[in-house]
Design a protein around this ligand. Sequence first.
Ligand code: SF4
Length: 333
Amino acid sequence: MGRSNQPSMSTPALLKVDNLVKHFPVRGGLLQREVGRVHAVDGVSFEIAAGETLGVVGESGCGKSTTGRCVLRLIEPTSGEVWFDGKNVTQANKDELRALARDMQIIFQDPYASLNPRMTVGAIIGEALIIHKLAPTKAAFEARIVELLETVGLAADHMKRYPHEFSGGQRQRIGIARALAVDPKLVVCDEAVSALDVSIQAQVINLLEDLQEKFRLTYIFIAHDLSVVEHISDRVAVMYLGRVVEIAPANALYSNPRHPYTEALLSAVPIPDPKVKRQRVRLQGDVPSPLKPPAGCHFHTRCPIAQKGLCDRERPVLKDVGPGHRVACHLRS
Ligand code: SF4
């Protein structure tokens, strides 16, 4: 459950996200005027130390992938700040962003969709080497591709093949090699194992852990399932409708969840020990639309202990409930 001997937030932060907001305008009518706004990310803050893995979990539409993409500026945030290694990512100009792209990479959910089917694996992995001028000669280029393929458990002769010739797990290894090509410090794993079978998921997670140790990588590991992030995460942030509702060291979150939403998510995670029973908490209804999130606590429409007059009016802020453990709930302290 979670990991030990990992860097904690007592080490200086490599990444700081401060009050990040992303609203997507919704347009309609003949003149395509703005008729609403999707509140995808609604004031998210967190920090990550070098070498640490922060798991980010929540149902689809909770804003976790948008948060990851805003951190890398693949999507422009509406407001808020992102700091990486002392540099302001949100204010970076084009040249500064290109330099930052070497340090911050992403691995996508669907390796097939994210790999150009017309390019060989060597060309896909080597693209960033060319962009960042990291391989001065053809020989150096090929040697680096071979090194990267072998690092992720593939073979040198795979460089001449095309993505469709590989299994889902192998394609994700290609995606990982592509991300590693520029020697990044931070990697956003955006649902990186969600599309894979459970046994392949475990192999890819083990590979990511080995690579983290070898290259001292820092991960934001995004998934919709708490059981997927349990093994790899040092800390876990739970998101609901654009907000972080609980963030804690993995051990504390899994053994003592404090937010009713985390409790519900966790109650659906199978426990390997048959003697340990966990009561299933079934949430009523669906996640409300991020176009019009409920007032007060976004979770109040589904929360089994919501208090009328309080939860539907006042937004709960994250407050400390234990070492490194923060919860946004009026009724939990
Ligand atoms: Fe439930 Fe209220 Fe806590 Fe929100 S603030 S999680 S509605 S008890």
